[in-house]
Write a protein of this length. Structure first.
Length: 168
């Protein structure tokens, strides 16, 4: 039995397609579905390379072409991460005697130091919506504004958890 030859089934199929199309249009119009528009963070890969003799942040297209060096003499340590919008990169770099979180534009440029507290920093990342920055400092996970202002811990340390568990 061919569905398209049967007028009842063909009518039901057309009705389903019309309803699905209207639902899609309404979802896009109300913002429940956003259509992909332009390059985003997934178009690029950021990484640390020491091919020049010093550790620097590099980027390339997702398919492996267009490799470019984004930092020069920035004392890069590790952990580059691109913002969800693809316009900024955060990483851990050396400043004085401590590791700090830095950010630079996706095309390179002068890095901005986002943290200043002593102690090592690790794994800086943007939140999925790009509105905040997270990083690990002295065993704690911190969240801050994207410019590094107002950092505050969001998880207790293992010591604080043990102390809370042992306190009656």
């Amino acid at each position: 039995m061919n569905i398209l030859r049967n007028p009842e089934y063909r009518g039901i199929l057309i009705l389903i397609l019309v309803i699905a199309g209207m639902g899609f249009v309404l979802a896009v119009a109300t913002g429940r579905i956003s259509l992909f528009s332009g390059p985003k963070a997934l178009d690029k890969i950021v990484f640390v390379s020491d091919v020049t003799g010093s550790r620097e942040i590099c980027a390339m297209n997702a398919e492996g072409s267009g490799r470019t060096q984004l930092t020069t003499g920035a004392a890069v340590r590790s952990a580059p991460a691109m913002s969800p919008s693809g316009d900024r990169i955060v990483y851990v770099g050396r400043f004085g005697n401590s590791d700090q979180v830095f950010a630079t534009g996706a095309e390179g440029g002068t890095p901005d130091r986002l943290t200043s507290a002593t102690g090592p920093k690790k794994e800086p990342r943007y939140t999925p919506d790009g509105s905040q920055l997270s990083f690990i400092a002295s065993g704690r996970v911190y969240v801050a504004e994207t410019n590094g202002d107002s950092p505050h811990p969001i998880f207790p340390t293992a010591y604080e958890v043990r102390a809370a568990m042992s306190d009656p």
